[in-house]
Design a protein around this ligand. Structure first.
Ligand code: HEC
Length: 148
């Protein structure tokens, strides 16, 4: 009877000691020489978490940018360059006054309407389906300005 109760309590004491030693080691290890490591781990963890947050914010901004934040013409030109950079398939070529002069004469708003609707080999909005009308206008202005 007495042995039966002494056995488990000794075992409990041993476990308790191990736990205490473990905690003490963790505590002292963490507070003395591993403080900086602990901190860098924390910031490393934050850094690993942050990009996810940033991507979420960016995609939220991107989905809102259809009507909100505008990208510049120079930035979006990359989407049109494939055809307009070389004049492929009869696209008015970037920097070519001969190509753009008649369109500049028609006025940017008219040209914009054509670009939104698409024409010939050019898909609607020049394939930039996520471009707002204003953004398309900026790119067109950018291409028109390239002839100056
Ligand atoms: C797949 C090739 C292609 C891409 C990509 C493309 N275009 Fe074009 N684009 C053309 C062609 C071809 C024409 C000439 C159409 C015609 O006059 O028959 C044209 C014509 C135009 C015109 C003149 C329209 C008019 O009234 O004469 C504008 C403005 C224009 N594109 C803007 C853009 C913009 C802005 C982008 C990028 C967002 C873009 N294009 C991307 C092929 C392309």
């Amino acid at each position: 009877m007495s042995q039966g109760s002494k056995g488990p309590s000794k075992l409990m004491l041993a476990i308790w000691l191990i736990v205490m030693v473990f905690i003490a080691f963790k505590f002292f290890g963490g507070s003395s020489d591993e403080t900086s490591v602990g901190n860098t781990t924390d910031s490393a963890t934050l850094e690993r978490i942050q990009p996810v947050g940033e991507v979420r914010v960016e995609s939220a901004v991107a989905s809102a940018s259809g009507s909100g934040a505008e990208r510049s013409g120079a930035e979006l030109y990359a989407r049109c360059q494939g055809c307009h950079g070389t004049g492929a398939m009869g696209a008015p070529k970037f920097g070519s006054l001969a190509d753009w002069a008649p369109r500049i004469e028609r006025g940017i708003d008219d040209v914009l309407q054509v670009a939104i609707a698409g024409k010939g080999a050019m898909p609607p909005k020049g394939g930039c389906s996520d471009c707002s009308d204003n953004e398309l206008k900026s790119v067109i202005q950018y291409m028109m300005d390239s002839t100056k």
